[in-house]
Write a protein that binds this ligand. Structure first.
Ligand SMILES: [Zn+2]
Length: 85
């Protein structure tokens, strides 16, 4: 009814991720696993770079993943522009 347990679990996963891989490049596979989360945070107005800094760092240095990210953002922006019923 109220509350979103899945979201809390997600947050826990994110925190675990931050503390376990803070100084390493996560690589493309790991980046792709989190990129929809990252885009989702952009959608909800959160700061994904603060929550998923390692994804942000990877996007900064990997043109391949940045292209994927920008494509997802373009889709997101198109969705936001068209009002959903
Ligand atoms: Zn990459």
């Amino acid at each position: 009814m109220s509350g979103r347990p899945a979201r809390i679990k997600r947050f826990h996963d994110i925190m675990e991720l931050i503390f376990s891989t803070q100084d390493e490049d996560i690589g493309c596979d790991e980046c792709f696993r989190h990129i929809d989360r990252y885009v989702d945070m952009v959608r909800t107005g959160e700061d994904p770079a603060a929550v998923l800094p390692q994804v942000k760092r990877h996007l900064d240095q990997c043109g391949c993943c940045r292209e994927e990210f920008e494509a997802l953002i373009a889709i997101l922006e198109a969705e936001m522009r068209s009002p959903s019923p």
